[in-house]
Design a binder for this molecule. Structure first.
Ligand SMILES: Nc1ncnc2c1ncn2[C@@H]1O[C@H](COP(=O)(O)OP(=O)(O)OP(=O)(O)O)[C@@H](O)[C@H]1O
Ligand SMILES: [Mg+2]
Length: 142
């Protein structure tokens, strides 16, 4: 039985609310008392995944699961999907529009940072049927 699960909804192009789920996740993990390094890594991944749904995806949801041994973030959206996942994982690759770049996004570093900060990462994408990211983080005994 998982110790805790919580679902957050993400709305496409809703920049006013973008980033809120990651902040809530951060505060939940803090209140449970995980180490600051683990919380930092999870917050980075939650934020990057959330922003990708807002910018590139469709409407979606983020599911946080806290187990005794690991913490899992599942992110699903119903947007256009990623055509070439391997290419999308490359540092600097971005399809962000000039408008998004002006807002400070589009460095093409979100997915590479997610890759770097997860203990395991699965990316499932079907053209026209959105993206599913599964990010897992080990909980080390302290
Ligand atoms: N949820 C998604 N739906 C559709 N395409 C996506 C999604 N997430 C990522 N992508 C594609 O993968 C590319 C790389 O994503 P990544 O997060 O690395 O960079 P970025 O979002 O373009 O820029 P940055 O994250 O640095 O602001 C995106 O430009 C986009 O083409
Ligand atoms: Mg991104």
């Amino acid at each position: 039985m998982p110790a805790l699960t919580k679902t957050f909804f993400i709305k496409a192009r809703d920049f006013a609310k973008a980033g809120e789920s990651s902040l809530q996740i951060q505060s939940i993990l803090k209140s449970i008392g995980f180490t600051s390094d683990l919380i930092r890594r999870i917050s980075i991944c939650a934020y990057e995944a959330e922003m990708n749904v807002v910018m590139h995806g469709g409407n979606g949801e983020l599911l946080l699961t806290v187990n005794p041994e690991d913490i899992v973030l599942d992110v699903n959206d119903d947007g256009p999907g990623i055509e070439d996942v391997e290419l999308a994982l490359r540092e600097g690759y971005s399809t962000a529009t000039p408008e998004y770049r002006e807002m400070g996004f589009g460095a093409g570093m979100g997915l590479p940072n997610i890759k770097k900060n997860t203990d395991s990462l699965e990316i499932d994408s079907h053209n026209g049927r959105g993206v599913h990211l599964k990010m897992s983080f080990k909980v080390e005994d302290s």
